[in-house]
Design a protein around this ligand. Sequence first.
Ligand SMILES: *Cc1c(COP(=O)(O)O)cnc(C)c1O
Length: 381
Amino acid sequence: MTDQLHFETLAIHAGQQPDPATGAVMTPIYQTSTFVQDGVGDHKGYEYARTGNPTRTALEACLAALEGASHGLCFASGMAAIDTLLKLIKPGQHVLAADDVYGGTYRLFVRVLSDYGLQFDFVDMADLKAVAAAIKPNTRLIWVETPTNPHLKIIDLAALAEIGRAHNLQVAVDNTFASPYLQQPISLGADFVIHSTTKYIGGHSDVIGGAILTNDAAAYERLKFLQNTIGAVPGPMDCFLTLRGIKTLPLRMERHSTNAQKIAEFLADHPGVKKVMYPGLSDHPNHAVAKKQMRLFGGMISFLPVGDAATAKRIVERTKIFALAESLGGVESLIELPAPMTHASVAGSLLEVDPTLIRLSVGIENVDDLIADLQQALSGK
Ligand SMILES: *Cc1c(COP(=O)(O)O)cnc(C)c1O
């Protein structure tokens, strides 16, 4: 039935029915570790809550529907989802990753999984020729994020999936920055979508979580086995909070995007700003690709102020509504300096970030208040 429904309807209903026992409209928080069996092996689909929990099942089904996938699996964090997906790759095999990946992903690939014999290379995937040239005989997976963090580069997912198919490789897309409302990688040819549901999907900065969505039934069976075997699963309360957040995802993404567009235009015109990175600006190098594959351009903006690292530090410490904090995707606006904060773990690596770069996670407050706040922070008075 859910196939014909629109995204906004799926966000509220997919995977969820009124509770059969009580009629509760919202999926209950099944706060239990185990489930009684009527006879040995005779149960209602649940035995032990690491293996499966009904609140988690509802979230997994809802996220799968939103990404246009047949299968979903949820995890205790975005990193747990990424680590579990990478367990599909064996020692001696090679992963080609974008050069602008999330810092925690880079750290996992280079400082943990490399010790177990997995091989990684990082290329600028906005350059599709460079991607094709970097594929090796033992490459098994292409790993990409778009928009990227913190440079807001846009990578052409349909073209990347084409390269993957031509070389018989699978493509995994970390869709955290866009959310499924703005971009659906599986419909563009990707094999796996990964989320940190901590960000836009949860949307209220009150829960950590991750997910993998796929149409590949064989990979799903293996990933489900890994989910149960490794055990990095989210608790039912976390699943409930995430499901609750998802119901307003379309409304929030609309407001995040319209607010961010106005703020990006304000910053682009400001004499104290050298460069603005936002895919919704017509001078963004991949604006055309963004327009083709995204519904709107999202809530993340990066910019370089005129001045040095001390200037940038003063600006981020001077905002009053934009809170100085890591993370992103919540209803409240955040500001940060990636170099010493979110991207500190990649200092000295090829992912190193300009120390003056400022990143905004634009919230859903009134945009005039947000612009006034940035105006006073940039004016330095
Ligand atoms: C936050 C984030 C992650 C990691 O997710 P956690 O929930 O913090 O473990 C992965 N990818 C991207 C793009 C992120 O922003």
